[in-house]
Ligand binder design. Sequence first.
Ligand code: 13P
Length: 256
Amino acid sequence: MSRKPLISGNWKMNLNHFEAIQVTQKLAYLVGKDELEHADVSLHPPFTDIRSVQTVIDSDKLGYALGAQHCHWEDKGAFTGEVSPVFLAKLGVQYVICGHSERRELFGETDEMVAKKVAAIQQHGMTPIMCVGETLAEREAGDTEAKVLGQVRAGLAGRTSEQVGRMVIAYEPIWAIGTGRTATAEDAQQLCAAIRSCVAELSGAEAADTLRVQYGGSVKAGTIAELIAQPDVDGALVGGASLDADEFARICKLGV
Ligand code: 13P
């Protein structure tokens, strides 16, 4: 089957809510409804900007999906500083990134926590974008597939085939994030295909066929076309280049 590409802009801890509104409005001017026939686009602002971006998307009836970068797995309670998936769903958030390498490395997010987040995000009707990826040392030691597929297996634990089929997995080699070093399109394809085969083994061919696998790591307007041309690369999770509306617009148009 042909899967519609998903281009996601992860703004990380950048852009205050005024700046986020400006970028969204500029993007809307550059990427209209017609262009969204070829790719779904999700925007993942910091928590303090989500309501503002939602208002722009709703009032201007833009075709972008609202996204978040992270959430807790519990609905509510004594978790100072955390954000409930229930609150995100109430804001109209559709996609939630979980297990980003920055959260795993800097904030101690474990595979078990990621699996709980995946479950909570789906329980509240949203789509997880579960990130997996290897460090440079792991790549050089020949451990790329073991690391990446280990994260995939752990993150999908307890999910039904139907639930897995509705997920997004983002393959983000850590050495390519924010470094300007992109995996070659062939490398991205190889790992995205390995992820899909692993999902087929775990959850069956149908789930593997509908699940979308994104590539992330220094994606730019000049590299998106070649990446998206790969049969198992179904989109991109874009960091730095998504902060610039002109550059991100070209990525959303798949580099054409
Ligand atoms: P860059 O596109 O800045 O490398 O970031 C990738 C990323 O981590 C997206 O989640």
